[in-house]
Design a protein around this ligand. Structure first.
Ligand code: ZN
Length: 129
C-alpha cells in the first residue's frame, strides 16, 4: 500500500512518461512556455494546445521539509520532500532518497530516478548528484 497520485486527463502525460523513465514537463504548443503542475490552459497565452518535453532530470533544491510525523502508509520516516528547480526552469515537488535529513541543503544538485510501484504506477524520486 502506498500513496497513489491523481492521474487525470491533465496529468496522464506525466505518469506515462514516468513509466518510461522520462520526466516530462508540460509545454504550451502555442507560445512554448513550460509549466508545472500541469493544467488545461497556458497561464501565459491561454492556449489549450499543449504538449510536453522530456526534462534533463537535473535540478537544484529550492527548499525542503523533513516529514517525521504522522506516519505515511508504505513510507519509512523521516521523509525528505524537496521543492526542486529543474534546469528547464520549472519547480517541482519531489521525494529525496538516500540523503539524510541533516545532510540536506538548499542548492544541492539532484537527479531524478524512477521507482516502479506496480504495472500502473511508476513514481519519480530524487537522488543527490
Ligand atoms: Zn502559451
Amino acid at each position: 500500500m502506498s500513496i497513489r497520485p491523481m492521474v487525470n486527463r491533465d496529468s496522464a502525460y506525466f505518469w506515462e512518461g514516468a513509466a518510461l523513465g522520462e520526466l516530462r514537463i508540460q509545454r504550451c504548443n502555442a507560445c512554448g512556455a513550460l509549466r508545472h503542475p500541469p493544467g488545461p490552459a497556458c497561464p501565459g497565452c491561454g492556449a489549450l494546445d499543449r504538449g510536453h518535453l522530456v526534462a534533463s532530470g537535473l535540478g537544484t533544491v529550492f527548499s525542503y521539509v523533513v516529514h517525521r510525523h504522522p506516519p505515511i502508509p508504505g513510507k519509512e520516516l523521516p521523509l525528505v520532500i524537496a521543492l526542486i528547480d529543474l534546469d528547464e526552469g520549472v519547480r517541482m515537488v519531489g521525494e529525496v532518497s538516500g540523503v539524510e535529513p541533516e545532510e540536506m541543503a538548499i542548492g544541492m544538485r539532484l537527479r531524478v530516478d524512477f521507482a516502479r510501484v506496480d504495472d500502473e504506477l511508476t513514481l519519480p524520486f530524487w537522488r543527490r548528484v
